[in-house]
Write a protein that binds this ligand. Structure first.
Ligand SMILES: [Zn+2]
Length: 271
C-alpha cells in the first residue's frame, strides 16, 4: 500500500510537473504569437506610411492644396474682373440696311426708353420719304454710317461707280443732318481702300454676327448674341426685320443687366 502510495505520489508529481511545463509552454507560445502579431501590425503601419507612401501623400496634399488655392485665386480674379467690368464694359449695336418704313422707328422708341445709343449704316435708296427717321437718329444721339446707295457689292463695280455709291448716301445724310459721316460699312464686307474717294472713310467691321436676317426666331438671335458678348464687341443686326428689332431690345435688356453699356461705334473705336 505504502509502495503504491509512493508510486502514486510520484505519478502525481510527474503529472504536476508536466502541467507546469505545459502551461509555461502555452504561455510562451502565446507571447510569441502576440509579438508576431504586433510586429506584423507594425509592418503594416510602416507600409502605410513608407517613404514612398509618405511622398505620395505629401504630393497628393500639395496637389490638392495647389488646385484648391488656384481655384480660389481664379474665383477671386473672376470676381475682381466682374466688379471692375461693371459699368466699364462697352458694347456697340450696329444696324444695317435701314431705314425701314416701320421697324426703324419702333427700334428708336425702344432704344430711347433704354437710354441706348446705336449706330445705323443706312442704305441711301431707303431714305427718300423717311428723312424724318434719319433726322431723329441724329437728334437722339445715334451715329449714322454709310451702307452705299443701292446696297451695292462694290467688288462688282467700276471705281467711279463705287465712289458714287458712297457719295450719294453721304450727301443725303449731310442734307438731312447737316453733317457728313466718315463711317462706312460696305455691303457683303467687300471693300477697296485703294480708292482715293474712300481714303477718308472709316470702314467698320463687326465681331458678333448672329445672322439675324436668316431667321425670324427672335430668341435664337438673342441667344447667339448674349452668349458671345464680351467687352468692346460690335454686334451686327438689321433694322429691316421685326424679329431683329425685337431681338435687339431684348439683347439690350439682358446685357445692361450684366453691366454692359451701349455706345456708338465711334465711341468704341476712339478708345
Ligand atoms: Zn447690308
Amino acid at each position: 500500500m505504502k509502495e503504491t502510495g509512493i508510486r502514486g505520489g510520484r505519478w502525481m508529481f510527474v503529472l504536476f510537473a508536466f502541467m507546469i511545463f505545459f502551461s509555461i509552454y502555452v504561455q510562451k507560445q502565446q507571447e510569441v504569437q502576440e509579438t508576431g502579431a504586433q510586429q506584423e501590425g507594425k509592418r503594416q503601419q510602416e507600409a502605410m506610411v513608407s517613404p514612398e507612401a509618405q511622398g505620395m501623400q505629401a504630393d497628393a496634399g500639395a496637389d490638392t492644396g495647389e488646385k484648391a488655392e488656384s481655384m480660389q485665386t481664379d474665383a477671386a480674379e473672376e470676381t475682381e474682373r466682374e466688379q471692375a467690368d461693371v459699368g466699364e464694359r462697352k458694347i456697340a449695336l450696329t444696324f444695317d440696311d435701314g431705314p425701314h418704313p416701320v421697324y426703324t422707328e419702333l427700334l428708336l422708341d425702344g432704344l430711347k426708353e433704354r437710354g441706348v445709343k446705336a449706330t445705323f449704316f443706312v442704305v441711301g435708296k431707303n431714305i427718300p420719304g423717311h428723312e424724318k427717321v434719319i433726322l431723329r437718329m441724329a437728334q437722339e444721339g445715334h451715329l449714322i454710317g454709310n451702307h452705299t446707295y443701292d446696297h451695292a457689292d462694290v467688288s462688282r463695280l467700276s471705281s467711279s461707280q463705287v465712289c458714287e455709291e458712297f457719295q450719294k448716301t453721304s450727301d443725303l445724310v449731310e442734307e438731312i443732318t447737316g453733317e457728313a459721316t466718315p463711317y462706312v460699312r460696305p455691303p457683303f464686307g467687300n471693300w477697296d481702300d485703294e480708292l482715293d474717294c474712300l481714303s477718308s472713310m472709316i470702314a467698320v467691321n463687326w465681331t458678333i454676327d448672329p445672322l439675324d436676317w436668316t431667321t425670324a426666331n427672335t430668341a435664337q438671335v438673342v441667344e447667339r448674341v448674349v452668349t458671345e458678348a464680351a467687352g468692346d464687341d460690335i454686334i451686327l443686326l438689321h433694322d429691316y426685320y421685326k424679329s431683329s428689332v425685337e431681338a435687339a431690345l431684348q439683347i439690350v435688356d439682358i446685357l445692361q443687366a450684366r453691366g454692359f453699356s451701349f455706345v456708338t461705334v465711334e465711341e468704341l473705336l476712339l478708345e
